[in-house]
Design a protein around this ligand. Structure first.
Ligand code: G4P
Length: 283
C-alpha cells in the first residue's frame, strides 16, 4: 500500500469522509498507541466537528504500559473519551462496545423521550493507514480476515455490520492521511511501518531507530541483543547487533541491509519490547 497524499487526494478523502460522517452518531478515531500524535491526522478536529467521538489507542500490546496510561490521561483531559485496546483481544472488543454504548447514553435517552425506541446507534472507524482499522472491523464483525482496503474515497457501497447492543458499524473505515509536518513525525511513522520504507533508505532508517532506542529504551535493546550500549554511537550499536545476529557478509563486512531489516521488523512486532516512542512531553 502506498498512497501518495497530494493535496487533491486529501481533498477527495475529506469529502468522502464527510459524506459518511453524516450517516453516523459516533466516530471512533483509531491511533497507534506507540505514536499517538504522529498517527493522528492534523485536521481531525475540523473534520469530525462536534460529532460524538471516542479515541482508541490501538496496539496497546506493543506499547509501553506506563505511557499508555499517560496518553489516555492526556486525551481525556482534552475532553475526548479515550481507551486502550489490542484490536485482536476479545475482552478489549467488549470493552470498546460498552464504551460506545456509554458514550451514546444521552442520545439514546433523548430519542426515547421522543418516542423513538430501538433506533440503532451507528458508528464508523477513522484513522491513517496501519493503525489497525481493518483488524478492528474484522474483530467487531467476528470475522477472521478480509482487508477492507486502504484506498481513500473508495467505498464498497457502505454496508452496516450489526453488533451487540443495537449498534451498527460502517464496514468501510474512513482513511485519513498522516501528518507530514516535520521529519520527526515522518520518522515515527516509518519506524512503526505506517509509511513504507521509502522516506529514506532502510539502513539510515534503522540507524535513526537505534539512535532513538538508545535514548528511550536502551535496556530493551541490551536485553534483546545481548549487547552493552553504554556510551556507544548508534552505528557501533547497529554493527554490534549485526554481529550478534550474524548479519555479516563474506570478508567479515557488516550486512547493513540485513541488520536493518532485522531491527525494524523486530521493533514493529514488539519483540524488542513494549516501546512507545512518543510522549506528551515531546509536543
Ligand atoms: P489499517 O486497516 O488501519 O491499515 O491497519 P490493519 O488492520 O491492516 O493493521 C495493520 C497491521 O497492524 C497488521 O499487521 C495488523 O495485524 C496489526 N495490528 C492491528 N491491530 C493490532 C493490535 O492491536 N496489536 C498488534 N500487535 N497488531 C495489530 P501486518 O503485519 O500488516 O499484517 P498481518 O500480520 O495481520 O498479516
Amino acid at each position: 500500500m502506498n498512497i501518495n497524499w497530494y493535496p487533491g487526494h486529501m481533498k477527495k478523502t475529506k469529502e468522502a469522509l464527510q459524506k459518511n460522517l453524516k450517516l453516523v452518531d459516533v466516530v471512533i478515531e483509531l491511533l497507534d498507541a506507540r505514536i499517538p500524535m504522529s498517527s493522528r491526522n492534523p485536521e481531525i478536529d475540523n473534520i469530525v466537528g462536534d460529532k460524538n467521538r471516542i479515541i482508541i489507542l490501538n496496539k496497546r500490546d506493543l506499547s509501553d504500559e506506563n505511557l499508555n496510561n499517560i496518553w489516555v490521561e492526556y486525551f481525556d483531559k482534552k475532553g475526548i473519551k479515550t481507551i486502550l485496546i489490542d484490536a485482536t483481544n476479545k475482552k478489549d472488543i467488549k470493552k470498546l462496545i460498552n464504551t460506545i454504548k456509554e458514550s451514546m447514553k444521552e442520545k439514546i435517552e433523548k430519542l426515547k423521550s421522543k418516542g423513538i425506541k430501538n433506533r440503532p446507534i451507528r458508528a464508523m472507524i477513522v484513522g491513517i493507514p496501519n493503525v489497525g482499522k481493518s483488524t478492528l472491523i474484522n474483530s467487531l464483525a467476528g470475522r477472521k480476515s478480509a482487508k477492507t482496503g486502504n484506498r481513500p474515497g473508495v467505498t464498497k457501497g457502505n454496508q452496516w455490520i450489526k453488533l451487540k447492543g443495537n449498534l451498527e458499524l460502517l464496514d468501510t473505515p474512513g482513511i485519513l492521511w498522516p501528518k507530514f509536518e516535520d521529519q520527526k513525525t515522518g520518522l515515527n511513522l516509518a519506524f512503526t511501518g505506517a509509511i513504507k520504507d521509502e522516506i529514506m533508505d532502510i539502513e539510515t532508517l534503522a540507524l535513526r531507530l537505534v539512535e532513538r532506542l538508545i535514548k528511550n529504551a536502551s535496556k530493551d535493546l541490551e536485553n534483546r541483543y545481548n549487547i552493552e550500549v553504554g556510551e556507544a554511537e548508534p552505528l557501533g550499536v547497529l554493527e554490534e547487533i549485526a554481529v550478534k545476529r550474524g548479519a555479516i557478509m563474506k570478508g567479515k563486512e557488516v550486512d547493513y541491509t540485513r541488520v536493518a531489516h532485522i531491527l525494524l521488523d523486530e521493533f514493529r512486532r514488539g519483540i524488542i519490547g513494549r516501546i512507545t516512542i512518543e510522549t506528551p512531553e515531546d509536543l
